[in-house]
Write a protein that binds this ligand. Structure first.
Ligand SMILES: C[S@@+](CC[C@H](N)C(=O)[O-])C[C@H]1O[C@@H](n2cnc3c(N)ncnc32)[C@H](O)[C@@H]1O
Length: 252
């Protein structure tokens, strides 16, 4: 398997229609889509600067919800918490930058991965499913920060450019393991998912439409003719808790 580069990923065209209203408060979402990692990081930090919007806060919320003391490690169960760093999301989006449409995060926690995805890429809608109610509430809090920045940036009559949909739900209970609408991009930070939960992710992925791209952390979806999934590449990237392999895969 070769190292990932943007050239190794098949491309589709991008619609810039939704980006033309963005101004300097969202510097990365300008119509040119010319992005620099520094600008993206500055933009993300300016929206999510409060303690309650940090990954550490989400980590503690997760531990509290599971009856654990704040501050410890995250790896006790499938509900253990860790995040893909925003900078990592930006780099991965650079690799798959010709994708657009609908992005999902299965086990979305604080929602920060979806915000980082939408900051660096022209998705029209984002869906996050999270099991723990307090983390789901934190994602809604973070959404309010995003909307506040949008209102500060644009005139109030401008409708939100990206539709965010956070649901307090169990991945294993998704009806028929079918996501509606179909994702263009499905992200799953599955490092701590056990075999049963990951089997659900596998079924959900196999039920996606041809062309769907998957970003899988640590665990690779089964590939081959029966599954209709192939691996485009893999690379080590940084998480809040250390380095992990991210697999970029596609429904074919
Ligand atoms: C490692 S964290 C990933 C957080 C975020 N997606 C990221 O990558 O930065 C995994 C998340 O999956 C959630 N989770 C675990 N089992 C789940 C399930 N059955 N349904 C929905 N969410 C689940 C956990 O509560 C946790 O927030």
């Amino acid at each position: 398997m070769s190292e990932l580069t943007s050239e190794s990923i098949p491309t589709t065209s991008i619609s810039h229609a939704n980006l033309t209203h963005f101004t300097t408060a969202f510097p990365t979402l300008q119509s040119t889509l010319t992005t620099s990692p520094t600008l993206l990081s500055q933009s993300f930090s300016s929206i999510f600067s409060s303690t309650t919007a940090s990954w550490e806060y989400a980590h503690d919320l997760s531990r509290e919800a599971r009856g654990l003391e704040k501050g410890g490690g995250g790896g006790e169960s499938a509900l253990g918490y860790g995040e893909i760093l925003p900078e990592t999301v930006f780099e991965v989006m650079e690799v798959i930058r010709k994708e657009h449409g609908v992005v999902y995060d299965l086990g979305s926690g604080s929602g920060r991965v979806l915000f980082a995805s939408c900051l660096s890429h022209p998705f029209t809608s984002a869906y996050g499913l999270e099991y723990l109610p307090t983390l789901h509430e934190n994602a809604l809090h973070n959404l309010s920060l995003w909307r506040k920045k949008e209102l500060e940036t644009f005139c109030s009559s401008t409708p939100p450019l990206i539709s965010f949909n956070f649901t307090n739900a169990d991945i294993s209970k998704i009806p028929n393991f079918k996501l509606t609408p179909n994702p263009t991009l499905l992200i799953c930070h599955a490092t701590l998912f056990d075999n049963d939960l990951f089997a659900c992710v596998q079924l959900i992925s196999e039920n996606c439409e041809i062309g769907t791209t998957f970003i899988m952390v640590t665990k690779e979806l089964r590939t081959g003719g029966v599954t209709g999934i192939e691996t485009l590449g893999r690379k080590q990237w940084e998480m809040s808790w250390g380095w992990a392999t991210i697999y970029i895969q596609r429904r074919v």
